[in-house]
Design a protein around this ligand. Structure first.
Ligand SMILES: [Zn+2]
Length: 249
């Protein structure tokens, strides 16, 4: 591999030095192209939801579900209010990227990495999810960001619109500029450990088939009378942040 690389570079270098480029702008018979390529690989897994009967107090239970599996501080990311409803970790969309940075710059490098991976693959949606996150396997670099083979994640929860119960699922993700063969297996093992912890919670009622809500992109506008949270999720009956019933005008 290094030999081939040197040979190719040598050939390319010899062209301009051996003969001065002609001033005519004729297209050569064979165009020499330098290839540039970046392969980004993001992947993740999420479990079915577990129904928790606990009311708003259940939010305090979420971090305990990572105990024994977390390899770093456990961080809680709350649902985003309406002013961040366009937040996306995509730097070529400056307005969306700015919202995303404003919403998440306070979090740790591990949590920001997890959000980029899990939002990019649509495993979590902060319009309605509360996300509790930690490093779960692998290493971080000298700046504190997880390596591509590190597994990050934890649990994500939302409120069931028909019953007001809390629905919690295990979510893990990994990825970056590389991929390692055994990460998928490690991720699956951690996901199973997280699901075991969720089911072991005192408020857990068992696995449920409730689908994740679909956030209506756009106006939102319901403001929680209990905590003041302005939801971006138009059809929500329960405040994504505190879980109390939203009052409609
Ligand atoms: Zn609220």
């Amino acid at each position: 591999m290094p030999l081939e690389f040197l040979k190719r570079k040598g050939n390319a270098d010899s062209a301009p030095t051996s003969a001065a480029p002609p001033s005519t702008a004729l297209l050569p018979e064979e165009v020499v192209a330098q290839d540039h390529l970046l392969k980004l690989y993001y992947a993740g897994k999420s479990s079915d939801g577990v129904r928790l009967k606990a009311g708003p107090a259940a939010i305090a239970e979420l971090p305990t579900m990572l105990v024994g599996l977390a390899h770093s501080e456990i961080e809680v990311v709350e649902p985003l209010p309406i002013e961040f409803s366009q937040a996306t970790p995509t730097i070529v969309s400056p307005s969306e990227a700015m919202q995303w940075l404003n919403a998440h710059h306070v979090h740790s490098p591990i949590t920001r990495h997890a959000l980029v991976v899990l939002e990019s693959i649509d495993a979590i949606d902060l319009a309605f999810d509360t996300f509790v996150c930690s490093l779960l396997d692998g290493e971080v670099d000298t700046s504190g960001y997880p390596e591509y083979s590190a597994v990050v994640g934890g649990v994500a929860s939302h409120w069931d619109e028909s019953t007001g119960d809390m629905i919690v699922r295990a979510v893990v993700g990994w990825g970056g500029k590389g991929v390692r063969g055994d990460t998928d297996r490690i991720g699956a093992r951690i996901l199973s450990g997280l699901l075991t912890n969720i089911l072991a919670n005192q408020y857990a009622l068992g696995l449920t088939a409730v689908e994740r809500p679909v956030p209506a992109g756009g106006r939102g506008g319901l403001v929680c009378a209990h905590c003041g949270f302005a939801s971006a999720h138009e059809r929500a009956f329960y405040c994504p942040k505190c879980g109390m019933r939203l009052l409609r005008g």
